[in-house]
Design a binder for this molecule. Structure first.
Ligand SMILES: NC(=O)c1ccc[n+]([C@@H]2O[C@H](COP(=O)([O-])OP(=O)(O)OC[C@H]3O[C@@H](n4cnc5c(N)ncnc54)[C@H](O)[C@@H]3O)[C@@H](O)[C@H]2O)c1
Length: 324
């Protein structure tokens, strides 16, 4: 199947392209390279540099390539920045996606897979969080993702646009062959931040050491990017045989604490990882883990590479041997 991967030069999108090719599909990439990197892609993948909100460009891609399904990864993803610049987030993550969806419909492309996030849930009311948990995002990034989910539900109902929403919890790790990984200049996920601190011999801050968890530090659900990408392939298979709209969590239901991450990095690197206790950050829940039972029951997906050792080791190997 020919698949338009919007945001295909980014952390997760670039691995998606590799695994689509491995599975016999034909990825075509649209990316503005705002945070992505062309070096993350095989040179034989058709690549269009540009903005996903550019309707003329979209029209020419849909005319030239016989796209059957679109995967969307092209979001702005920094929570803090979204609070300071909500206009940027609603424009990029909502308004431009609307233009993409309209362009798909004009060109009779009716299958869409959307990268959403645990941030749509806001503060957890129970654990593990399942797809029926109320959605009350507490920042514009999470709200922008929730808005697209609502649009997709309405577009399925009104226009027959079939879509699957995958709500990832904490994406982590690097490709198992070491060819692609997290390469953003501004690090915002905990594991790359700790690795960068080790590299630059800086001290990592631990926000909150008095949570109601075994070691007092926050627990999050880390999901390896190979597992995220595998879930997209399952979603693609599902959309080839089924119509409709559906939402799935992608997590492990098990968490890893900040202290466990610091200890694992220390163990794998053989170096001391300096850390210091800092106050809790407003809005941070003590524990956030997902139930992915629905993805298992309906898509037949389960995480295979999200054990703590594989996540940290692959991230470590990538960080200290990266090509770009
Ligand atoms: N990384 C995580 O922890 C995480 C967790 C949950 C959900 N997600 C979602 O997964 C998706 C991918 O995240 P990522 O970590 O790979 O981010 P990333 O920044 O590495 O990738 C995003 C890609 O989209 C491109 N892009 C952004 N705006 C664009 C635009 N207007 N037009 C064309 N291209 C554009 C960027 O250049 C980049 O290549 C995002 O939608 C994000 O919300 C990520």
């Amino acid at each position: 199947m020919k698949v338009l991967v919007v945001g295909g030069a980014g952390y997760i999108g670039s691995l998606m392209c590799r695994r689509l090719s491995d599975a016999g599909h034909q990825p075509v990439v649209l990316d503005d390279l705002s945070t992505g990197n062309k070096k993350a892609l095989h040179c034989d993948i058709p690549f269009y540099e540009g903005d996903l909100g550019d309707q003329l460009l979209l029209k020419s891609i849909f005319n030239k390539e016989t796209i059957e399904l679109v995967m969307h990864f092209a979001a702005k993803i920094q929570v803090g920045e979204s609070v300071e610049k909500p206009d940027l987030y609603y424009e990029n993550n909502v308004a431009k996606v609307l233009r993409l969806l309209n362009s798909m419909l004009e060109n009779n492309v009716k299958r869409f897979i959307f990268s959403s996030t645990a941030a749509v849930y806001g503060q957890p009311q129970y654990l593990p969080v399942d797809e029926n948990h109320p959605t009350k995002p507490i920042n514009p990034y999470g709200a922008s993702k929730r808005m697209v989910e609502i649009i997709l539900q309405d577009y399925e109902h009104a226009f027959g646009l079939n879509s699957i929403v995958l709500r990832y919890f904490n994406a982590a790790g690097a490709s198992l062959d070491g060819t692609t990984g997290e390469a953003q200049r501004v690090k915002q996920n905990l594991i790359p931040i700790v690795l960068e601190n080790v590299e630059k011999e800086r001290t990592s801050q631990i926000f909150g050491t008095d949570w109601d968890t075994d070691d007092g530090t926050c627990i999050r659900d880390y999901i390896h990017i190979e597992d995220i990408v595998a879930a997209h392939l399952k979603a693609l298979e599902h959309l080839s045989k089924n119509e409709g709209f559906d939402i799935f969590n992608l997590g492990t239901s098990e968490g890893l604490s900040v202290k466990q991450i610091v200890d694992l990095v220390s163990q794998i690197s053989g170096k001391e990882v300096k850390s210091v206790a800092a106050p809790r950050r407003p809005g941070d829940p003590g524990k956030l883990v997902a139930s992915s039972q629905k993805a298992y029951d309906i898509l037949g997906w389960q995480p295979c590479h999200s054990d703590h050792e594989t996540i940290i080791r692959s991230a470590y190997n990538w960080h200290f041997n990266r090509r770009y």
